[in-house]
Structures are given as C-alpha cells and as structure tokens.
Design a protein around this ligand. Structure first.
Ligand code: IMP
Length: 502
C-alpha cells in the first residue's frame, strides 16, 4: 500500500509568528540579512553569502542581465535563464561581469527619423525619460544626440515630427570617452550642470550613460554582492541536458553560481550533472539544485550530489500547474519544515551545513517572512521580480492599469524543452506545466525590495533577532484557524475602494 503522510499539506498563510522579547538593541539598523549561499563545514565560513536572502528565478520573464545587475547591486542574485541559446546566456553573464557602477547601458534609444510620438511610446514602456538618438536606434549605434522631456512641449509641439527636430545634437552635448573613471564622469556632470552625459567610444559610438541622480546611489552601496575583484557576482540556471557545453561557456563568461533548473530534482540526472561540474571545476563553483519537497530528496542532493544549496518547492509557483497536471507537489510550508528538519539533522550528523532555498509560491511579504522564520536560508521568486522595471518584459496597459507579462518556464511560450522534457515528444509539447499571464507593474526593484526588507527587519526585531539564524532559532509559530484568518484582515470598518482618490 502507498505510504500516506499523516498531516495535510500546509501553506505559509496558515501560520503566524508570536512576538518574542525585543531588547533595546533590536532596532532595524542593527539587523543583518546576510545568509549562506553555499555549503560549509561547522566552524568555517561559506564560500559565498548573500547580503539579502532573495534570489530571482531562472525564468525568461524574470532574470535577464538587467535583473542580474540590479539584484546583485542590492545584495542578492538572479539566475540568468537557461531556456535560450548558450551564446545569448553567456552574453548576459558577460554584461553583468562588465557592469561598472554608474555607467548605464541606455535602454531608451531611437533613430533620428523616429517620430516624437513613437519615441514617447518607448519612454512609457521603459519609464526612462532620457532618449539617446543613434544612427540605427540601437544602444551602441553612432551617437547623434539626446532628447529629454525639456526638449518638447506636451501641448504645443507636433508629435508626428521626427525626433531629430527636437533633440540636442551630438556636437552640443557634453560627453566623456570610454575608460574615464566614474569620478571623472561625475566631475563633468557637475561642471556643466547636466542631468546626464553620454560615454562615447573614440569614433563616436554610444557606450553608456552616466546620470547625476545615480551619483549618490552609486557612491556608496555596501550591500553589493561582489567577487574578489569587486565585480558583481553572476549566476545562471542550467539544465541536465546540455551542461557539458553550457557550463564551460558560462564559466568562461564569468558565472560562478549555478542552479540546476528542474521541477523535480530528486534524480540521478542532477547528481551526474553536479558531480561532473565538481570534477571539472572543483569547489570554487557554487552549484545548487532541486526542486525537492521532502527530507529524503534533500539528503540525496546534499550527500550524493554534493550540492551547495537545495531548492524546495513543487507546484506552488504562481504560474505553475504542475500539481494539477501531474499530481506531484506539496504545500510549501510542509515541504520547507520537512527539509529544514533534515538539513539540521544532516548538519548535526556530518558537521556540513547545506543551505535551503524556498522556491516559488510566495504571494506577499508575510509569506517571505514566514518562510525565513521556518528556516529557509533564502527565498527564490519569479512573480515578485517579474513585476519590477528590471524584468525583461515591456509594460503594457490593460484597462488603464500597467502590467508586465509573466509566464512559466513549463509553458508553451517558454518551450523550455530540457526542463520539462517529459511533456515534450519530438518537438511538440504534450502538456504544459506553466501558464502565460500578466502581473501588475510595481516600480523599480530597489523600491519594491526596500518595502519587503523593511518589513522583514521589523518582524525580526519583534522576534528579538538581529540575524536570520537567530530569527529561526527564536521563531515560535502558531497555526491559525479560518476564523483567525478572517480576524487578521480589517474588521468592522468601512474600507475605501482602492480606486477612490483621497
Ligand atoms: P513564483 O515566485 O510563485 O512566481 O514562482 C517561481 C518559481 O516557479 C520558479 O522559481 C520555479 O521553481 C517555478 N516555475 C517556473 N516556471 C514554472 C512552470 O512553468 N511550471 C511550474 N513551476 C514553474
């Protein structure tokens, strides 16, 4: 007879934290969110720790180079998606490694013939009002001029005219040459009282832009996740099919952290893949994998595949239909509690700590907090990051609201053949494991993160903790009844409709 687990599958929203004593030292400024990303022996330090416990999923609609750069700058890491040709993925890794703080690749570019109307359409998609004009409309074309919102009048000008009629032409724009330091570029900005200056190659092609508003932000960023040479850490998703070609190319491009991307990771394929990378590249490379939902899967990946971290979660993802399609999965809270128990047991038996990542299905900040309180070392999210400006998809307007497209890696759209290959027969997908959807646009990554991290730190203080380790050790959780769930919302008050202007 099949084994039946006694308890039902539970989710994070079924739990609340009971506050513990907050001492005077428990203030958010004293909280550290540092957390291990790789296995370590008792008494030793991990090869790499995240400075915030957030990672972005290896998905087409989430983790491109912009997310890779932005999240590393905040102290986390984004796994560049592997459902793309190897050369495209390596180009993204290179862009992250080549990123120099303060030098921004222009994402709002048009050719001089583009109408002002079309240029402004682009502005509404990128949310960046400085438009670079290049001969071919590309970010690295011959630089011809710059257009900002000071160059045209909303009601007065004829928007069907080309941008060349409005732009400040190249000869009148102060610029600097590739190779200057950020300090020198900022000096030029200050000297000529500009908001932005272009950085040009010797023959006049656009390399990047430097913005005055970034100066303060870039001058001091203590949480950046950087390597020994102070370059941003670059991470990549990989699969168990083409890793012998993909991994060497990614390592050559500068990637040092990998996650084997699969909906079900309790497999010999993951072990083979991880051991192959270990054998060829040694211990310096960080390899994570999964996903699993129970202790035995964790132990296999930690002990046999020697993974650096193990991801937990099947079927909880916002775009995921794995549970209804294949009947596999587990409530995310039950899965995390089971795996965390096994991680701690493994640690006490072997003296080796293997971090656990809670992947998918986190629908709000509270659930992130509960996942970390239950013992996840860090979280991985797709939807959360897909909503931000830095995800690779353009904003679109639906019924006056702004959205961004977000689709699962197991959806027909992503056609991630390797990851969901059981569903694919001779190039045709037999069934999908993910859906194609939209999420509301939420603003810049740093704004969104700022709110989540503030809440997390505040809860840690309520819990009498200054580190994530203390947070888990001190955590006392209570299960809530349906009635207390209702009580948790607002009660007996008249709520203003969100659309009402107040
Ligand atoms: P989210 O944060 O709830 O959006 O979940 C993101 C996670 O869902 C990813 O990190 C993957 O583990 C998982 N995932 C991504 N694409 C699919 C899919 O198509 N089907 C099932 N799970 C997916």
């Amino acid at each position: 007879m099949a084994a039946i687990i006694d308890d039902v599958s539970r989710t994070f929203s079924e739990y609340l934290l009971i506050p513990r004593l907050s001492e005077k030292k428990h203030i958010t400024n004293n909280v550290s969110l540092k957390t291990p990303l790789s296995r370590f022996k008792k008494g030793e330090k991990p090869k790499l720790s995240l400075n915030i416990p957030f990672t972005a999923a290896s998905m087409q609609a989430v983790s491109g180079e912009n997310m890779g750069i932005a999240l590393a700058r905040e102290g986390g890491t984004a796994f560049i998606f592997c459902s793309q040709p190897i050369e495209n993925q390596t180009a993204m890794i290179k862009a992250i490694k080549n990123f120099k703080a303060g030098f921004v690749r222009s994402d709002t570019n048009v050719s001089p013939q583009t109408s002002l109307k079309d240029a402004l359409k682009l502005v509404s998609q990128t949310n960046h009002s400085t438009i670079a004009i290049t001969d071919n409309g590309e970010y690295n074309g011959k630089f011809l001029g710059i257009l900002t919102d000071k160059d045209y009048w909303e009601k007065e000008d004829d928007f069907s005219k080309p941008v060349s009629d409005f732009m400040t032409p190249a000869q009148n724009v102060y610029s600097v040459k590739v190779g200057v330091s950020l300090n020198e570029a900022n000096k030029t900005i200050r000297q000529y009282r500009k908001d932005c200056i272009p950085v040009l190659t010797n023959d006049g092609y656009l390399d990047s832009l430097v913005f005055r508003k970034d100066f303060i932000a870039h001058s001091d960023n203590p949480h950046e996740l950087v390597d020994d040479e102070k370059r941003l850490v670059a991470s990549a998703g990989i699969n168990t099919h083409d890793y012998k070609e993909r991994v060497p190319a990614l390592i050559e491009a500068g990637a040092t952290v990998f996650t084997i991307d699969s909906s079900d990771g309790y497999s010999e394929y993951q072990k083979e893949c991880a051991l192959w990378i270990r054998k060829n590249y040694g211990d310096k490379i960080i390899i994570g994998g999964g996903n699993v939902v129970a202790g035995d899967g964790f132990r296999y990946l930690a002990n046999e595949a020697l993974l650096d971290f193990v991801k937990v979660g099947i079927g909880g993802g916002s775009i995921c239909i794995t549970r209804e399609q294949k009947g596999i999965g587990r409530g995310q809270a039950s899965a995390i509690m089971d795996v965390v128990k096994e991680r701690d047991k493994y640690f006490s038996e072997t003296g080796i700590y293997v971090p656990v990542c809670s992947d998918g299905g986190l629908v709000n900040d509270t659930q992130i907090i509960i996942a970390l309180a239950m013992g996840a070392d860090f979280v991985m999210m797709g939807r959360y990051f897909a909503m931000t400006d830095e995800s690779p998809t353009p904003k679109i307007s639906i019924n006056g609201q702004r959205y961004k497209a977000y689709w699962g890696e197991g959806s027909n759209r992503a056609r991630n053949w390797q990851r969901y290959n059981e569903g694919v027969i001779s190039g045709a997908m037999k069934f999908e494991e993910g859906v194609d959807a939209y999420v509301p646009a939420a603003g810049s990554l740093s704004e969104v993160l700022d709110i989540s991290l503030s809440k997390l730190k505040a809860t840690m203080c309520n819990n009498g903790s200054l580190t994530l380790k203390e947070f888990t050790e001190n955590a006392v959780l209570t299960r809530i009844s349906e009635q207390s769930f209702v009580e948790s919302g607002t009660g007996n008050v008249v709520k203003l409709n969100a659309n009402v202007n107040v």
